[in-house]
Design a protein around this ligand. Structure first.
Ligand code: 6PG
Length: 245
């Protein structure tokens, strides 16, 4: 599977492209399954995309929103990934409340990770050995090479028998989708901005490298498409010939 990499002169053009790809994925999923499942990312980069989606008229009752990871804080907290997407987008459109599936953060991290795993199994009607196939997953990239809450040299990277597990950053618990779930998606869209991502990108796209140190290397969809949208600052030293084959 060869990832598609696009480099844009600025955030505006990157987000315009992300919006086109998002709408195409929504249309594709709804025309095939009469439903679209989206997985949202945190971070600053996707926020203007969410704000653009807030201005659109879409068949909201057919769109279901999940999250790839979450900080273990209430949705009202400024660090909440779900809270950010609610404020930028979901609070402004007539999407049914039951179509919004934030990761729970009110009990214990372990129990809430298990509860979200069970929620995915129930929503998708999965057997214990099956993984959900999301229609579109947004991912960000940290300067350390993490994506979702799959941080370097953490146990979460090794989890292959669950949909959801615990992540950890700076001793703080996170909840995250696991690598096999992300890789099962129909479409994965990385949104990456900033010159501080250059080193991680060169390591992620190197033909040989360390996935424990640069976890985004692990994101390689088994059957879906993988698209990386970079701004010029992130993509400055990126050489397409280094794309993973
Ligand atoms: C976190 C951050 C992180 C973020 C990336 C990209 O939880 O540590 O949210 O995962 O998504 O660092 O962030 P930017 O889009 O702001 O560069």
């Amino acid at each position: 599977m060869i990832p598609q990499v696009e480099i844009f002169p600025d955030l505006t053009s990157l987000i315009d492209c992300a919006l086109v790809l998002t709408l195409a994925a929504i249309n594709r999923a709804i025309s095939t399954d009469d439903r679209c499942t989206l997985v949202l990312a945190g971070g600053n980069t996707p926020k203007p995309l969410y704000e653009k989606l807030a201005d659109l008229t879409l068949p909201w009752e057919k769109i279901h929103i999940f999250w790839g990871d979450e900080r273990y804080v209430p949705i009202s907290h400024t660090d909440s990934n779900a809270g950010m997407a609610m404020a930028a987008w979901l609070n402004h459109v007539p999407i049914p409340a039951e179509n919004i599936h934030p990761m729970p953060t009110a009990g214990s991290p372990q129990a809430d990770a298990q509860a979200y795993d069970q929620h995915l199994q129930d929503f998708f009607g999965l057997g214990p050995a099956d993984f959900p196939c999301f229609d579109l997953v947004f991912l960000g990239l940290g300067p350390d090479g993490h994506t979702a809450s799959l941080f370097p040299h953490t146990a979460a990277l090794e989890i292959k028998d669950r949909n959801v597990t615990l992540g950890q950053k700076d001793q703080e618990p996170r909840i995250t989708l696991t690598v096999p779930v992300l890789n099962q998606a129909q479409s994965i869209l990385f949104l990456v901005t900033g010159s501080n991502k250059q080193e991680a990108l060169s390591q992620i796209f190197a033909p040989v490298g360390d996935s424990a140190l640069f976890p985004a290397r692990l994101i390689q969809p088994t059957k879906g498409e993988l698209v990386w949208l970079l701004d010029e600052a992130a993509g400055q030293n990126f050489h397409p010939s280094s794309a993973l084959g």
